[in-house]
Design a protein around this ligand. Structure first.
Ligand code: FDA
Length: 304
């Protein structure tokens, strides 16, 4: 409930304007956000991406945004992604771009999101760039999967995220396994009712391992997106991480120590980077899913 409240506060227009106009609060919060966000502009993301690539990591870049209900804003977001892909392509950065479909039109109607996605997929395909669609609240799952399926048949460089906590995912995977796109497996970040989702538990971790095993056995490209050390140890024991089609992906700033350690064992390790003016929303998401981050944020703010 606290997590949901925090997310609602972050999405509130008045809070957003207040933060943006406050010359004292804005720089302080931005300082705290920089633990998790590369910065406000594309160049910030590209610069850190290049640094990480030179150290042997793969990267995924997102221009932050979600639930955009204004068509003009959706078009702006889509154009920002096109420019990002163009710039990555011009540097031969054959990496990944990630986004929410609700950032590029899903909140208006599915066709808008689909048409924008096709534009992005075509451009990304020219440069050998992969697109990963994030998964949002369960009320949107059907629409997101429909758009994904239509697109990946034409552009196999488009992948999808699957939330293990949703009960429906064990059925969805049976279908998704027949589509070519990469599947990123996450536990699930949204608060869902007990009728549709499991909460964090041993059972959830077992489901994670089970779904992952099915993808590995089918030789399907997969991204393991978790920071759960115990779960990762179990995957190592089962030799999942050595598989050529498997990579492990973590959010920037969450467990860099753990990811570095995994990279030293020569597993494919990817860092999920974000940039954009909506960084405070992203900061609130990270605090909501792990409240200890609030202390880190406060420490970062007062640290000279
Ligand atoms: P879990 O939440 O059980 O945490 C395990 C441990 O990891 C914690 O005890 C802590 O040590 C550490 N940890 C986890 N989160 C932390 C945080 N914020 N700060 C500090 N430490 C933390 N979700 C979704 O619904 N749709 C999506 O599209 C995506 N996309 C996505 C991409 C990538 C690359 C990642 C890594 C994650 C996502 N997620 C997501 C988020 C995902 O669903 C999940 O909420 C987070 O990864 C946290 O869950 P864990 O698997 O890390 O385990």
């Amino acid at each position: 409930q606290v997590a949901q409240a925090l997310k609602s506060i972050a999405r509130n227009q008045q809070v957003k304007s207040y933060i943006q106009q406050s010359s004292e609060l804005y720089p302080l919060l931005l300082k705290a956000a920089k633990r998790f966000v590369t910065g406000e502009n594309k160049q910030d993301g590209i610069e850190i991406a290049n640094e990480l690539i030179s150290k042997g990591y793969l990267i995924s870049l997102e221009y932050i945004g979600e639930n955009t209900a204004d068509l003009g804003e959706c078009i702006k977001a889509k154009d920002e992604f096109l420019n990002l892909i163009e710039e990555m392509g011009s540097m031969s950065m054959k990496q990944t771009v990630s986004f929410d479909l609700s950032h590029i039109g899903l909140s208006i109607d599915p066709d808008t999101a689909y048409n924008h996605l096709l534009e992005l997929a075509k451009k990304a395909d020219q440069y050998g760039i992969t697109l990963m669609i994030s998964m949002e609240e369960s009320s949107k799952t059907n629409k997101i999967l429909d758009i994904y399926k239509k697109t990946t048949e034409q552009y196999p460089n488009v992948g999808i995220t699957l939330q293990v906590h949703l009960y429906r995912s064990s059925g969805d995977i049976q279908e998704l396994i027949h589509y070519p796109g990469k599947i990123r497996i996450v536990k699930g970040a949204y608060q869902e009712s007990v009728e549709v989702a499991l909460s964090r538990s041993k059972e959830l971790n077992n489901r994670y391992l089970n779904l992952l095993e099915q993808l590995i056995e089918a030789n399907h490209p997969v991204s393991i997106a978790t920071h759960d050390e115990i779960l990762i140890q179990e995957m190592e024991q089962r030799q999942f991480l050595k598989h050529p089609n498997v990579e492990i992906e973590m959010l920037y700033g969450i467990r860099p120590d753990l990811l570095k350690d995994l990279k030293s064992k020569e597993y494919k390790c990817k860092v999920y980077l974000t940039y954009g003016q909506e960084w405070y929303l992203y900061l609130c998401h990270r605090i909501a899913e792990y409240p200890e981050n609030l202390y880190r944020a406060v420490t970062d703010m007062i640290d000279p």
